[in-house]
Ligand binder design. Structure first.
Ligand code: NAD
Length: 343
């Protein structure tokens, strides 16, 4: 805290960092004090855009006494080590998804966040804040369309060879963790349990299609998941489509169907097909498929910090989507049903 303002550090100054920086800059009582990237030109550009000091070593940044909040905008394999060290230094940590590349690492993060003196851990799942998602949740929870019977999720996007190869970390099992499941579809997998409840087990199959000669991770996956309540979800995800099609989540209810299509929600009953929640038309920084709710989640996170409260999308809340990703990949390798790991 300096001059009554919370001091933020943004670690990783690539694509998504710009969305974090713009969101932080809209908050009157937060200042960006440090930006960090191993690529000096990126750290320098972020420093010029924010007035913050540029760093190249994240260990140094998470030890700075003046820093209150650390934003992790790094390759997936670095989320756990940076978060654990920062939490250990008493910092609040807001990490991009996925919280880690393995459930074991995610558990260590949860442990670190629940130690005496640790800061507040938050995991970015901005789509939970979408008006259409909130409306779907409200209808499912209220029972107004009867019981939830099952779901279908479809993420058909397109990612090129250069998207993977030029990044230096995407496409590798060690540094990205997995492919379309952990990077693109994880938001949608998160919504399956956020809206439908905990998932118990999954049978999955993954393969690398168009980029089989270029990347180690899958760019195509499917799964059949069984909820703890006995309902079923089917999942299909690909990065081999020709466009980034609107994500679809269909929720079968006793009295009809709810359809999330991109940022909109439709209610289908007998012959009627009604738009019941429309995606906000807020200006979007970055890619359209990132949605527009990052700012809302970041603002919500900071208001929890100011009130000294725990954040609702914490490590335990961020874990189920990662556990589902890992279970689908494991199921594919071992050709059997896999029960999801818990915190
Ligand atoms: N929530 C969303 O919708 C959304 C959208 C895009 C990306 N993301 C997530 O954001 C994270 C970053 O993705 P990105 O697309 O910005 O990647 P990116 O490659 O554009 O940026 C990552 C940055 O981290 C830097 N870096 C790598 N190792 C470092 C180290 N040891 N110390 C300091 N800096 C280091 C790289 O030089 C790079 O500038 C990922 O977790 C990704 O899944 C989330």
């Amino acid at each position: 805290m300096k001059n009554g303002k919370l001091q933020a550090a943004v670690i990783g100054c690539g694509s998504i960092s710009k969305v974090h920086i713009i969101a932080i800059q809209t908050l009157a009582d937060v200042e960006i004090a440090a930006v960090c990237d191993i690529k000096p030109d990126r750290a320098q550009a972020a420093a010029e855009a924010t007035g913050a000091k540029a760093y190249g070593d994240w260990h140094e940044v998470v030890a700075l006494p003046e820093i209150d909040v650390v934003h992790i905008c790094l390759p997936h394999y670095l989320h756990a080590p940076v978060a654990i060290e920062a939490l250990g230094n008493g910092k609040n940590v807001l990490t991009e998804k996925p919280m880690a590349t393995t459930v074991a690492d995610a558990r260590k993060m949860i442990e670190a966040s629940e130690k005496e003196g640790a800061g507040t851990l938050g995991v970015i799942f901005q789509n939970r804040y979408n008006a259409a998602v909130q409306k779907a949740l409200e209808i499912v929870k209220s029972g107004e369309m009867g019981e939830f019977k099952g779901a279908r999720a479809e993420v058909s996007w397109t990612r090129s060879r250069s998207y993977y190869v030029d990044s230096g970390w995407r496409g590798s099992k060690l540094t990205e963790g997995a492919g379309s499941l952990i990077n693109q579809a994880i938001h949608t997998l998160d919504l399956l349990s956020y809206i439908g409840g905990p998932i118990e087990k999954v049978r999955g199959a993954v393969f690398t299609g168009l980029l089989e000669n270029d990347i180690e991770v899958e760019d195509n996956a499917m799964g059949v998941a069984i909820y703890e309540g006995g309902q079923r979800a089917v999942i299909h995800t690909t990065n081999n489509y020709v466009a980034d099609a609107p994500v679809e989540v269909e929720l079968q209810m006793e009295k009809g169907v709810l359809k999330l299509y991109g940022n909109n929600l439709f209610k289908v009953e007998k012959d009627s097909f009604e738009l019941i929640a429309r995606g906000e038309n807020k200006s979007v920084v970055g890619k359209a498929y990132w949605g527009s709710s990052h700012g809302t989640q970041i603002e919500d996170y900071y208001s929890c910090i100011r009130r000294g409260e725990k954040f609702w999308i914490d490590g335990r809340s961020g874990l189920p989507a990662l556990a589902l990703v890992c279970a689908i990949v494991q199921s594919s390798e071992e050709k059997r049903w896999v029960t999801l790991e818990k915190a």
